[in-house]
Design a protein around this ligand. Structure first.
Ligand code: CA
Length: 518
């Protein structure tokens, strides 16, 4: 009898302890790690069905949480995307329309609101907003675009150069910021890679991972028939990549630098020489061991015409993917750190890119256009116990939603002026009948800057996309994304689509009003 009572007592004690443990876990405030790479296309992520590469660590976030299939940016270019992330507002309201603008750090941002709510906030890696970061307890950011090797970084105002491969170093510094944080507070870390941004310089340990040639995209030889002048007059063709800076040949390996690839008067050969000379002797030895045979083969074969186009594509895509491989490896390192330090359970992890990118589709590299490859951004998120595993959603979500989402997860009020919506209910598997059915896009960087993509704005619903190219042109394009996912057939003059055009124009005006873009 006594023994039975003792066992019963122990059982009650055990249940009581369990309840206490669970209570303290739910009352513990959530940590947030927001991972953003630069120019990482969905076509180069295996959980998005990539035919080019395996990215097991990014896939792990998706498999243990949720993948968004229809994630889009509101202005597909680096600095503006980052300003949208911080403010939750469109470019015309946050003041950063193109890469020339300076970010106004006095405005309301989600890191500032988290800081006020007693979060420890930090950003490590790419910043690219020209002004000094505000709203962060700790910041350690690349100067400008940053370099792939031996980067110059500014840490809370102090500048230093670090020796090593930047993707690895940014991860070292991100982990260091977690180690040194004020652990009495919940944290929010923005961990932002430079890679795989142009000029795609891999770590030579990954340079050999693509011995075989990769498949040429279906639309590589697109002739832009049916489309406006905008698609024809851009300056972002694979054909125009610099043999020096982009494809890593040296003067002497080719007769002249024929590529344009960007703004006038840019000396690509000189830029490449400077970049190469930034490597240490050891780094140069490893680099040359990989690239010398490539240079020798080029000199011997002297490809031209179609063979040269395809040679350029192979050179480009292999370097791009090798840079992605380092990003994925380093995300694995960070996830392991969370596991090993008991942080995985209570930390929301988000992976995205500042926009998508062309990996040879339509014959292009770069971004900017409202066409699918650059409008899309990868987005996966994990939070054990709160976001169920293996979820996929087709709802339309935007980079405009990041700030409200993060504030919502942190239980901080979302200011009225933020224009996005919290994705939290979608991550909880809720069906929301009033969720957005279309999105609004606006791109500005023309005629200044790189790549000559004309100004445009437009609307994308799940089925259709309507784009108006403007400024020095007045041209509309309509695509049926269901029947023409590659957007090759502009239907703006198709008689059977005129009802859709009228409806979309009406909806577009509504969105412009809603988002105050007058
Ligand atoms: Ca970018």
């Amino acid at each position: 009898m006594l023994r039975a009572m003792l066992i019963l007592f122990l059982i009650i004690l055990y249940i009581g302890c369990q309840v206490n443990i669970e209570e303290s876990a739910t009352s513990k405030r959530l940590n947030i790690i927001f991972i953003m790479s630069d120019d990482h296309a969905e076509q180069a992520i295996s959980c998005y069905g990539s035919k080019l590469i395996q990215t097991p660590n990014i896939d792990r976030i998706a498999n243990e949480g949720i993948r968004f299939n229809n994630g889009f940016v509101t202005n597909s270019i680096c600095a503006p995307s980052r300003a949208v992330l911080l403010t939750g507002k469109y470019s015309h309201l946050n003041g950063l329309r193109d890469n020339r603008d300076h970010f106004d750090g006095s405005q309301v941002t989600f890191p500032k609101l988290l800081q006020q709510a007693d979060y420890y906030t930090s950003i490590v890696g790419k910043w690219h907003l020209k002004t000094t970061p505000t709203g962060f307890d700790h910041w350690n950011v690349l100067v400008g675009q940053g370099s792939y090797y031996n980067p110059v970084m500014v840490q809370n105002g102090d500048t230093s150069r670090h020796i090593g491969y930047t993707t690895d170093l940014i991860t070292d510094f991100a982990i260091e910021s977690l180690e040194k944080r004020d652990s009495t507070k919940p944290f929010c870390l923005l961990y932002h890679h430079k890679a795989p941004h142009r000029n795609w310089m891999p770590d030579p340990k990954h340079a050999k991972m693509f011995d075989e040639d990769l498949p040429i995209p279906e639309t590589f030889y697109d002739d832009y028939e049916t489309r406006s002048a905008a698609a024809k007059e851009q300056d972002m063709r694979i054909d125009d990549l610099f043999l020096s800076l982009d494809l890593k040949l040296f003067p002497g390996d080719f007769e002249t630098e024929t590529g344009t690839g960007g703004s006038n008067n840019f000396d690509a050969v000189k830029s490449w020489e400077q970049t190469y000379n930034n490597l240490t002797p050891e780094q140069k030895t490893a680099w040359d061991a990989h690239y010398d045979p490539i240079r020798n083969e080029f000199k011997e074969k002297k490809p031209s015409g179609k063979a040269l186009s395809e040679w350029k594509y192979q050179r480009y895509i292999k370097d791009y993917l090798a840079c992605v491989k380092s990003v994925d490896d380093n995300i694995g390192r960070l996830l392991n750190y969370l596991d090993e330090n008991g942080l995985a359970e209570n930390t929301l992890v988000i992976y995205t890119s500042d926009q998508g990118f062309y990996l040879g589709e339509h014959g292009w590299y770069d971004k900017r256009f409202m066409y699918e490859e650059s409008l899309s951004m990868p987005l996966v998120a994990r939070l054990p116990g709160k976001i169920s595993a293996n979820q996929v959603t087709d709802e339309i979500v935007l980079n405009l939603d990041f700030a409200p989402t993060i504030l919502d997860f942190a239980d901080v009020d979302i200011p009225e002026e933020m224009q996005g919506k919290s994705l939290r209910p979608l991550t909880e598997g809720k069906i929301l009948k009033d969720w957005r059915r279309s999105m609004y896009y606006h791109y500005y960087e023309y005629p200044h800057g790189w790549h000559d993509v004309k100004q445009h704005y437009g609307i994308r619903s799940k089925r259709f996309k309507l784009i108006h190219f403007c400024n020095d042109i007045d041209a509309w394009e309509l695509y049926d994304l269901k029947n023409d996912p590659n957007e090759l057939n502009n239907l703006i003059n198709s008689p059977s689509h005129q009802t859709a055009v009228v409806d979309l124009k009406k909806e577009l005006e509504k969105l412009k009003t809603q988002f105050k873009d007058f």
